[in-house]
Design a protein around this ligand. Sequence first.
Ligand code: SAH
Length: 332
Amino acid sequence: MEQRNQELDKIIELLSTTPSEELFALADRVRHDHVGDEVHLRGLIEFSNICRNNCLYCGIRRDNNQVKRYRLTEEEIIETARRAIDMGFKTIVMQSGEDLYFDRKRLSHIIKKIKKDDVAITLSIGERSGGDYKAFRDAGADRFLMRIETTDKDLYHRLNPNMSWQRRYECLMMIKELGYELGSGIMVGLPGQSIESIAQDLLFLKKIGIDMAGIGPFIPHPATPLAHESGGTLDLALRTMAVMRLLMPDINIPATTAMESLHPQGRIKALQAGANVVMPNMTEGEYRQLYELYPGKICVGDTPTHCRSCIALKIQSIGRTIGTGHGSHKRL
Ligand code: SAH
């Protein structure tokens, strides 16, 4: 207990007093020493913006009737994945709202088809039953990404009406138990979230032994109840990410899209402050802008091919290389 408190105090100190440049340089060195200079690219497919949940922060929440809803067909999803694989992606991330149209049978079928190629599949589809998670794993899904969002349970329940923090936690445990590589993470700058609470989040992520940590700033969406909140800053999101790298030196950490939405060089800054993964958007056409979790989302008018080469140039410009393997978490 004593030790835990000491670690918590240390994290709070790092988050609140260490100068950013110092913290970023330290995290960059730890990243270099433990996971090297390769940046792993993951091709992101946002396959449905239909969602049964009503998270106060999220632009595709159920009650937002200003958003045009879409759902890609099975063929479209498989086709998009194939194109990404042809472009050289070794991981496909399938993300959506909690859309139960993609039930056990449908999603398993899609996973199996994509897995005919040599590629890792990450699912990011929210809370399901243990049976569903098992079926998707059996179908070939390798990884699962689901942020805990915050470990402050009161805050979680205020922000996620009709959802249960305990249930989300249990889902994460089931996912881990099934042998998926587990990704989780948080948003930074949520209304009422303190530095101490963020420090607790980081300790939690370390304790459950995640393989990947997605940390991004909360960006208020105008069509949500949190429209007038101030949101998170890039600096605090980067600082939190950098401390995560110090706490878990060998995990995968993405430079998140939300960071780039706050600053044109957001992802590059992140790659130089502890991150080693980027997830370029492979969704086609108008769907890119319809999957609007927050405003100011980058590259909504671009094509997947453009995104792939744009990020490759940025990565090379800072002296890093693009990973050629699946980029799994290797525990050292
Ligand atoms: N339905 C899936 C995918 C959620 S969307 C799931 O529940 O896991 C992916 C992530 O986007 C969320 O976990 C959340 O952390 C982030 N997000 C949602 N709204 C946001 C906002 N307004 N600003 C920044 N990030 C947001």
